[in-house]
Design a protein. Sequence first.
Length: 367
Amino acid sequence: MKKLIYKKLNQDILSFFVTSIILMGIIVWTLQAVNYFDIVAEDGHGLKVYFYYTILNFPKIIHRILPFIFFISLFYTLIMYELRYELNIFWLNGINKIQLTNKIIYLSLAMMFFQIFLGSYISPTAQFKARELLKNSNIDFFTSLIKEGKFINVVKDLTIFIDKKNKDGSYTDIFIDDSTKANSRMIYAKNGVLIDNEKQKIFKLLDGRVINNENSKINIFEFDQIDFNLRTFGTNTIVVPKIQEISSLGLLSCFYEKIEVEKFSSFNCSKTILEVKQELLKRLYKPIYIPIIAILTCFLIITSSNKINYKKTRNIIFITTFIVLVISEASLRYSVSSDFLFFTYLAFPLIIFISSYLIFNKIIKNV
């Protein structure tokens, strides 16, 4: 009977958790999708690339909101159990409050390890693939990139300058610096027309000259018309991955040379060692606050809904736990500022958890 009761509790918490994290994730994802659109559109990509890019950023959102959603799920479930007098089923079947709290802590530990796995592997891998998607995708809409009087350099080793855009869609005084191949070239044209559709992406250049630099030899020739093919160009996406895109194993290789991660060999650890340290704390240690959330929320079962001060106690527990969540986020920013703050950051959650657990047990025994 006890196993069935615990199973029902876990199902209720997890069902509310999964529903809430999906809904909240979609809301946050939708709000951030506008920013993602700006990032993708600035590189001239289409809706297909935009869609895949936003999907690949979804694990990052889930990782960020998971502790708060778990807190809300646990808080809501325990309140509903109390209001519906379902907690009495636990007590009548010989389950005491300490045993129930221990089971909830076990669930929180499982959630903690899931958070670590999500932040250490799934989220960085997805963000890395999102950047690779932009880097390896050809530009879809060159017309959205070209602005008169400005240098356009979203494509690596390719710069385009257009002095004027005419009413008929043609361009005047076009300059192109193409260093995408071994032999660079500069092109100047008095006029040009951009053909940008699904079949072809061509800049038709009229009445100009080309300056080729072949093995340090300069060749100049004039033309009446040439076609500059734009289809094969990708965006000028950063080659070196950001810290958020590297797995925890890759970041640990900054401290332990025996760990080799070939994919991120271009990443310079020495220049960002403090950021690497902070990112590792965020992924591997910050999830320890999830069990703290669990033990603090379990203070709800100490009192019952028929007590006069129940609502006041419930509000205090909610505010206290929420403050702890805020502290976990804010303290991370200063965790690597000095050795003292680093060890304080490590010790603080352990002190909170142990002291909260001891206080809880003492109160239960005295009730």
